[in-house]
Design a protein around this ligand. Structure first.
Ligand code: 5GP
Length: 183
């Protein structure tokens, strides 16, 4: 592969989405992979922009056909990275960024050891909880489930190539840009 594959992962509430958006603004040369999900779109989300939204049956068919580089169940929904898009861009020499949860991230690392695995984490558990609450879309029950999952994810931090503390978005983006090297 001529391009480099970067994987930004970490627990929910660490701020992966926000950091990723800002990173892409700073580094428009990096191609962001659009995932497929069975989760229904949120009010401000568009098909083909934020995700490719699909149903469970179609998702599982693509999975069976080997169409995903990785996929994982995340609470009640499935998420997957379309394989062809990533491989095509890497072959063309473009650097690609995935923003995915840790189960999928470790699947990619196992297949492509040369990929760069970055763990984004909030300064503390209280920060993670505060960020989950501030979304407004999460119930206390969901927050508790996400925190339990976060505990497992935090214990796997040592499997990552880099750990980036998301104290401020600006700092986190700067640190990731440094990992990526200049362009
Ligand atoms: P959300 O539903 O809030 O957009 O995303 C939930 C979680 O799924 C986030 O942690 C996000 O990083 C992760 N995610 C998004 N796309 C993918 C994907 O293609 N594969 C995996 N494994 N996780 C994903």
């Amino acid at each position: 592969m001529k391009g480099k594959l970067y994987i930004l992962s970490g627990p929910s509430g660490a701020g992966k989405g926000t950091v990723c958006k800002q990173l892409i603004k700073e580094r428009p040369d990096i191609v962001l992979s659009i995932s497929m999900t069975t989760r229904p779109p949120r009010a401000d989300e568009k098909n083909g922009v934020n995700y490719f939204f699909t149903d469970k049956q179609s998702f599982l068919k693509i999975k069976e056909e080997g169409g995903f580089l990785e996929c994982a169940g995340h609470f009640d929904n499935y998420y997957g990275t379309p394989r062809a898009f990533v491989v095509d861009n890497l072959e063309k020499g473009r650097d690609v960024l995935l923003e995915i949860e840790p189960v999928g991230a470790l699947q990619v690392k196992a297949q492509m050891p040369e990929s760069v695995l970055i763990f984004l984490t909030a300064p503390s558990k209280d920060d993670l909880i505060a960020r989950l609450r501030s979304r407004g879309s999460e119930t206390e029950e969901t927050i508790a489930k996400r925190m339990a999952k976060a505990e497992t994810e935090l214990s796997q931090m040592d499997k990552y190539d880099y750990v980036v503390l998301n104290d401020t978005v600006e700092n986190a983006v700067k640190k990731i840009e440094k990992i990526m090297g200049g362009k």
